[in-house]
Design a protein around this ligand. Structure first.
Ligand code: KG4
Ligand code: ZN
Length: 338
């Protein structure tokens, strides 16, 4: 008998994800998104997200099982995101996970959303080297983490954003530029038509020894808004603005991440979270890691954004490490620290 098949459920924001993992192998995963329902509000509306999870959670799990050729009874453990995230949204996933764990009599594991993003990488590239540096860049987080054994050791937080997350900066600037929501992919697309040297946007906190591994993106957001305002009455060269903004964000992220690897003697950089899907962030990380002799790992695009497979991946690590399962009265932790 091998390890049990772990069902992972993710519902911290606007994606309902179900993934199935056994022994580090991804057996199947399905994601449903309520993104379109939030588009006209320019951001995720918590109540709409929670209701969408209620509708999506059961079919998403069923489709993941069907795709993997499995039945509900084949599930040997359930892992679920407990935080951080939107309280109402997290509750839906947790309730679903508890129901399945209780009905099947299988262990339940609560998973930190960011640990999920880190573990997504193992599904494509195998176990993470110990230690490794992790750059988490999403709509809610921009952090540099020193990771050892994900199932056993606490994650060491080296730095964080002092204000906006990188994805948030993309999303907000995209709105100012008149691009659709979500802004990150829209900026990425628009940037293809522009010149990254057209606008000299700032590189916040790059010369600050006290904040060597911290980030700040709200000044960059303001600079981009000022630049757009300066074009009032004329056509905005959106491609140039997008390419220059993307260049500034990618420059700051990769410069700090590679410096953190060098200072801590770490040979592997893992870039995860929704913004890891950004083409310039990926290209610049590749270039700088190659130059510094650092191995770079970026999950495949479909596993960069929120999904259930990454939560199942952490559950699988916990099961195999012999971790204690959670009680069935497990609670959500919307503002969970790392
Ligand atoms: O990890 P994620 O799916 O959700 C969390 O925030 O946890 O990340 C979503 C973020 C959004 O801000 C979105 O605009 C950004 O990732 N994003 C991108 C790209 N694809 C998604 N940002 C830049 N370029 C992209 N290609
Ligand atoms: Zn996420």
């Amino acid at each position: 008998m091998g390890s049990p098949i772990v069902l992972g459920i993710e519902s911290s924001c606007d994606e309902t994800g179900a993934g199935l993992v056994r022994d580090g192998q991804l057996l199947g995963h399905v994601v449903a998104s309520s993104m379109d329902e939030h588009a006209r509000f320019g951001g995720v509306v918590p109540e709409i997200a929670a209701r969408a999870h209620v509708h999506a959670v059961r079919p998403v799990i069923q489709r993941a099982l069907d795709d993997a050729g499995l039945r509900l009874a084949d599930i040997g453990a359930v892992a679920v995101t407990t935080g951080p995230g939107l309280a109402g949204a997290l509750q839906v996933g947790l309730a679903g996970a508890k129901g399945i764990a209780y009905a099947l009599g299988v262990p339940l594991y609560g998973v930190h959303h960011l640990a999920g993003h880190v573990a997504a990488n193992t599904l494509e590239h195998g176990p993470l080297p110990d230690p490794c540096m992790v750059l988490i860049v999403s709509g809610g987080h921009t952090s540099l983490l020193l990771v050892r054994d994900l199932a056993r050791d606490p994650i060491v937080h080296l730095g964080d954003t002092l204000d906006d997350a990188a994805g948030e900066c993309f999303d907000k600037v995209a709105r100012v530029f008149g691009l659709p929501y979500p802004g990150g992919p829209a900026i990425d697309r628009a940037a293809r038509t522009g010149d990254p040297r057209a606008v000299a946007f700032p590189r916040p906190l790059t010369g600050s020894p006290d904040h060597a591994y911290d980030f700040s993106f709200s000044g960059l957001k303001t600079a981009a808004a000022r630049w757009a305002e300066a074009h009032a009455g004329r056509e905005l060269p959106v491609g140039d603005g997008a390419a220059s903004l993307q260049e500034a964000v990618a420059d700051v992220l990769t410069r700090k991440a590679v410096a953190a690897c060098a200072e801590h003697g770490v040979g592997t950089l893992v870039v995860v979270g929704g913004v890891a899907a950004n083409s310039r962030v990926r290209a610049l990380a590749e270039e700088r890691c190659l130059a510094a002799g650092i191995e770079l790992r970026v999950p495949p695009l479909k596993l960069c954004t929120d999904n259930g497979a990454m939560i199942a991946a952490v559950g699988d690590l916990l099961v195999r490490a012999g971790a204690e399962p959670a009680p069935l009265d497990l609670s959500i932790d919307p503002s969970a620290p790392l």
